[in-house]
Design a protein around this ligand. Structure first.
Ligand SMILES: *[C@@H]1O[C@H](CO)[C@@H](O)[C@H](O)[C@H]1NC(C)=O
Ligand SMILES: *[C@@H]1O[C@H](CO)[C@@H](O)[C@H](O)[C@H]1NC(C)=O
Length: 464
């Protein structure tokens, strides 16, 4: 009798446990969201967005540039770094002093040339859901349309980046060459709240809302079907577009394939005991294991994340009050992503990215006053409303490609990624480069993307 009761209790508790675990790991259905929420200021009745697309040029008065030079010339009460310390305590103030001198006395004296470079790709603005959205729209030369198939591509940046990350990459994407089958019409928007795009005037503008605006932008431009490429937020937003609107996406390529679901955590824990079953030996240490080190790195490097996810306006005030503070805060991230070892060298950033490109990026945040609104995106993504959607657990049939660079955040294994992207058609590892791949290794990213695009487009063509 006692035995029967025990067996009965065991059966009941196993069913209970099975259901709890299943609740935690089963795929979720796709949520239905309003695709036309108004995010501009006020609450106009009968709002209709003007549909025109207007050319845009980056053009700032000399007085603004002179004022910045004066600010960079003020006595700066800096604290010297501790003895023998480089970047371990945050951005090194000695390194920063040199950069500020260069910024003021060399870079800004040639601002017109930098502005001209930034205007070398065609820019536009159009209004979506109450927001003026800025984007680069680069097309191949007219002859290219006769020689190659031209495919639209939505290119998405992240924080603390901007469209500046993509210039070299875009110039490759629109170029006809012997080795490629496809060329691209590239649409590279400034994210909402970033750079030359408006910021949402109301709380709640999270990743799903960003995905909706970016997809509406593509529809406005007449693209019903397109490819997506992104790293950082761009990767997370691309994943959300693929999840919410798979009918619009030919393929989604990421250079930051993160996935933080309960099941993916369990899988990477299991895989840590037998990594050789999951990936070639030479990639263990760089990309996935030991997990302890990877989590420690995330903890040490993600202070900014917690700050922006909780009190973005406070740090935003400091960053908008002082261009030097803005530079230190943004450059800390680029410095860190130059990679271990290298990242203790003062000139590593210039070697890996070119200092002028990083200053172009800082100028975009400075001139558009967007440090606060850009930081707020972290707070919105951590809101209960958005996390409740659990988009990472909603599967999408879209073809997915993944390029994992050595010094990027620890990515998901294919074994885990396939839970969300059953059509993972391209999965690669690199023994070099880091988080800002488009800026650091544009040719490598281009070749990787081209290989992916070829597969994704062929799958798409086979459907019709
Ligand atoms: C910077 O300050 C020095 C000394 O006050 C002055 O000579 C110089 O003209 C200033 N430069 C700028 C760019 O304001
Ligand atoms: C934002 O939310 C998405 C979906 O839940 C998640 O995958 C991602 O890791 C979050 N990203 C950040 C930077 O918080």
């Amino acid at each position: 009798m006692k035995g029967v009761i025990i067996i009965g209790l065991m059966a009941i508790s196993s069913i209970w446990l099975y259901q709890r675990v299943n609740d935690l790991i089963k795929p979720l259905p796709k949520p239905e969201l309003d695709t036309n929420t108004y995010w501009g200021p006020g609450n106009p009745t009968d709002y209709e967005a003007p549909k025109d697309v207007v050319p845009f040029k980056i053009a700032y008065d000399q007085t603004i540039i002179d004022d910045l030079r004066t600010q960079l010339n003020r006595t700066w009460r800096y604290a010297p770094p501790l003895e023998g310390i480089k970047f371990e305590y945050g951005f090194n103030s000695d390194a920063l002093r040199h950069i500020v001198d260069y910024w003021r006395d060399y870079y800004l004296l040639k601002w017109r040339a930098h502005e001209e470079f930034l205007n070398s790709l065609p820019h536009y603005k159009t209004e979506i859901q109450g927001l003026n959205i800025h984007f680069i729209h680069a097309k191949p030369k007219p002859e290219a349309y006769k020689e190659k198939k031209v495919v639209p591509l939505l290119l998405l940046h992240g924080w603390p980046g901007s469209v500046r990350e993509f210039y070299e990459f875009i110039n490759l994407l629109v170029e006809v060459s012997d080795i490629n089958d496809y060329v691209f019409e590239v649409i590279a928007p400034s994210l909402v709240g970033y750079g030359f795009s408006d910021a949402a005037a109301k709380p709640g503008f999270d990743v799903a809302q960003m995905a909706i605006v970016m997809r509406n932008l593509m529809l406005r431009l007449g693209y019903e079907k397109f490819l997506i490429q992104g790293g950082d937020w761009g990767s997370i937003i691309g994943s959300a577009i693929s999840t919410l609107f798979p009918e619009n996406v030919i393929g989604y390529h990421s250079n930051m394939c993160l996935l933080y679901t309960p099941l993916s955590m369990i899988k990477s824990y299991i895989a840590s005991f037998m990594p050789e079953r999951f990936l070639p030996q030479r990639f263990f240490a760089e990309h996935h294991f030991p997990l302890k080190d990877k989590f420690k790195l995330l903890l040490v490097e993600s202070g900014y994340f917690h700050l922006q996810a909780t009190k973005p306006d406070t740090i935003g005030i400091a960053l908008q009050a002082s261009p030097i503070a803005l530079a230190a805060y943004i450059l800390e991230k680029f410095q860190q992503t130059t990679g271990p070892g290298l990242n203790q060298e003062f000139n590593a950033m210039d070697k890996v990215y070119k200092l002028d490109a990083l200053l172009d990026n800082i100028m975009i945040y400075y001139l558009t006053n967007s440090a606060t609104s850009a930081g707020r995106f972290y707070a919105e993504n951590m809101s209960r409303k958005f996390l409740g959607l659990q988009l990472d657990r909603v599967q999408t049939p879209v073809s997915m490609g993944c390029a994992r660079f050595k010094f990027d955040l620890p990515p998901a294994l294919d074994w885990a990624l396939r839970d969300k992207f059953p059509n993972l058609i391209h999965s690669t590892y690199y023994n070099q480069a880091g988080h800002f791949a488009a800026l650091e290794v544009p040719v490598m990213l281009y070749i990787n993307f081209q290989e992916f695009a070829k597969k994704a487009i062929q799958i798409e063509e086979a459907k019709v």
